[in-house]
Design a binder for this molecule. Structure first.
Ligand code: ZN
Length: 95
């Protein structure tokens, strides 16, 4: 522990899904929209700077990271953000 009465500085990792994204993540088959190959789960991490994070109802001054869910297709060597895949699976249903 450091002396001096400073804020605790931690690291916050935040990932959020919309309801349709969560449904996709849990129940849908993750196949590539281009080649139909099975995709791997992948994340990107973006540093948002120092800010206030709430962890278990305790407020910290933290280095904030926003994560985004991606799926990676080895065959196409491409990452697809989950938001794009959700829209794509909606398109299929409507056709
Ligand atoms: Zn592919």
């Amino acid at each position: 522990m450091k002396k001096g009465g400073k804020w605790n500085t931690g690291t916050s990792h935040n990932i959020s899904y919309s309801p349709s994204e969560l449904f996709y993540k849990l129940f849908k088959k993750k196949s590539c929209p281009i080649c139909n190959n099975k995709m791997k789960s992948n994340f990107t991490r973006e540093y948002m700077g120092v800010g206030i994070a709430k962890i278990n109802h305790v407020v910290y001054n933290a280095h904030l990271h926003e994560h985004q869910q991606y799926y990676y297709c080895e065959q196409c060597d491409r990452n697809f953000p989950i938001s794009e895949l959700v829209n794509h699976s909606k398109d299929i249903k409507e056709k």
